[in-house]
Ligand binder design. Structure first.
Ligand SMILES: [Zn+2]
Ligand SMILES: [Zn+2]
Length: 256
C-alpha cells in the first residue's frame, strides 16, 4: 500500500489537513488522497451546508499547495462526491470546473433512503430493509455507468448499518462487479469500519472472489477522519488484504 486514497479534513467532517498528512507520513505512505465530502445540490437530508467543498475547494487547494512544499508524501487534491442520480448534470459540471486530481463517487442516500443511519430502518420489516438495500445497489450501478468518477467508494455501505447488514446478496455484488468490469471506475477497499461496529472491510471480503472473477482491481482507502484513525487503519488494512484474493492497483496507475 503506497497511497491512502480516502481521508477527510476540516474541509468536511475530518481533522486538520496537515495533521492528516503528518499521520500518512508517519505511516510510511508515499501518498495521501484528501477526499473531503462534496454535495452539489441541497438535498432532503440537509447535508449541503456541512459538506460545502463546492464553495471551499479553492481555499483548500491553496492550503494543499502550501503543505505540499514541506512534506515528502504526495498530496492528492481530491473529493468524495455524493452521487445523486438526478444531479448528474450538476455533478459533471462541477467536477469539470474544479478539476480535482481524482474523484471518489459514493452513494450515501438514494431516493427516499439514507444509508448513513440505522434510524429509518429500526421499525421496518425485512422486506422493507431489503428494498432499501436493493435501491442502494441500483444507485451504485448507475454511479459506475455514469463514468463520472475515478473511484467507487465503500461499495456495500448498507453493511455498515446494523439494521441493513446481511441484506446485501451475492447477486448485488455480481451486478456491481459486472458494471465495474465495463467501466473506467475502480472500486476501493474501504477500512472505515475495520476496527469498530462492522469489524471488517468494504466490500465484504467473502465477496472478493466475485470481483476477481471479473478482473476488477481495487485501490485502498482508510476513510479516516482523524490522524489516529489513519495510524490504526493503514496497518490493519494492509494486514487484512495481504493474503486476500483481490487484485490491487495504485491510484497513480489508475490516473496514468
Ligand atoms: Zn462515504
Ligand atoms: Zn469518506
Amino acid at each position: 500500500m503506497q497511497t491512502d486514497i480516502h481521508t477527510h479534513t476540516t474541509f468536511s467532517d475530518g481533522s486538520d489537513l496537515s495533521t492528516m498528512v503528518g499521520a500518512a507520513e508517519d505511516a510510511g505512505l508515499n501518498g495521501i488522497g484528501l477526499t473531503d465530502h462534496c454535495i452539489v445540490t441541497a438535498d432532503a437530508f440537509g447535508r449541503r451546508s456541512k459538506y460545502d467543498l463546492v464553495e471551499t475547494y479553492e481555499r483548500r487547494r491553496e492550503l494543499i499547495e502550501t503543505v505540499r512544499t514541506d512534506v515528502d508524501v504526495s498530496l492528492y487534491d481530491a473529493t468524495e462526491m455524493s452521487y445523486v442520480e438526478r444531479d448528474v448534470d450538476a455533478i459533471r459540471e462541477f467536477l469539470r470546473t474544479a478539476d480535482f486530481d481524482y474523484t471518489v463517487g459514493s452513494v450515501h442516500f438514494a431516493g427516499e433512503y439514507d444509508y448513513t443511519s440505522d434510524a429509518p430502518y429500526v421499525d421496518v420489516s425485512a422486506e422493507a430493509r431489503r428494498a432499501a438495500v436493493e435501491r442502494y445497489y441500483d444507485a451504485v450501478v448507475s454511479l459506475v455507468e455514469s463514468e463520472l468518477f475515478d473511484v467507487l467508494g465503500h461499495l456495500d455501505l448498507p453493511e455498515r448499518l446494523e439494521t441493513l447488514r446481511g441484506h446485501s446478496r451475492p447477486n448485488d455484488y455480481d451486478r456491481v462487479a459486472t458494471a465495474l468490469a465495463a467501466s473506467r471506475t475502480v472500486p476501493e477497499v474501504n477500512a472505515g469500519r475495520i476496527n469498530r461496529s462492522l469489524g471488517r472491510l468494504h466490500p465484504n471480503p467473502s465477496m472478493f472472489s466475485r470481483f476477481e472473477d471479473h478482473g476488477v482491481e481495487f485501490v485502498l482507502g482508510s476513510d479516516s477522519h482523524r490522524p489516529d484513525e489513519l495510524t490504526d487503519r493503514v496497518p490493519a488494512l494492509q494486514a487484512s488484504i495481504d493474503d486476500a484474493t483481490i487484485e490491487l492497483v495504485e491510484i497513480n496507475e489508475v490516473l496514468a
